[in-house]
Design a protein around this ligand. Sequence first.
Ligand code: S3P
Length: 183
Amino acid sequence: MNQALSTHLVLIGLMGSGKTTIGRRVATETSRKFYDTDEMVEEDCGLKVRQIFSQWGEPEFRRLEHVALLTALAKKEPGVIAAAGGVVVSELNRQVLKSARDEGRVRIVWLKADTSVLLWRVQNGVHRPLLDGDPEVAMKAMHDQRSQWYESLASAVISTDKQSALQVVSAVVSVMNEGISHV
Ligand code: S3P
């Protein structure tokens, strides 16, 4: 079997990069199960991301997020996993993803976009309490801190700024099937 087909696909990138939308469509198109770490956390504790942040605090959210990531990666059948934007902040998560990538258990795609495009896409910040203050400042800070981690983890990078969702989906599927690394 083509090795690229026997591994999980993990989508990483900042808020608004399209991990959930694109991931869901890729999963449908490739007949895989779709996992979204935010949704898994919400289902697990019966609270919305925003409520978890306000009632339990960000560190507890990050703990739950770590568990969700491990749970998704442990699925036997290859799936499509949307890893929430902040997953890479944890060194442990980065190690887990890097080992899985190096062992060929996951293929990691960074959906990359300019912060101005991301800001435009995240106007509805329902599950994004970190953008409650000045979204521009927060997004820029996240970009500056996290880009190096997305870059170092990515098996492939897809620039989404100038592509439609349909084009990005097809680029991701190509990466999955053919193992190409830049689209
Ligand atoms: C976060 C990203 C959000 C959500 C939470 C924190 C982050 O997920 O987990 O608001 O730290 O980047 P998305 O990347 O799916 O928006």
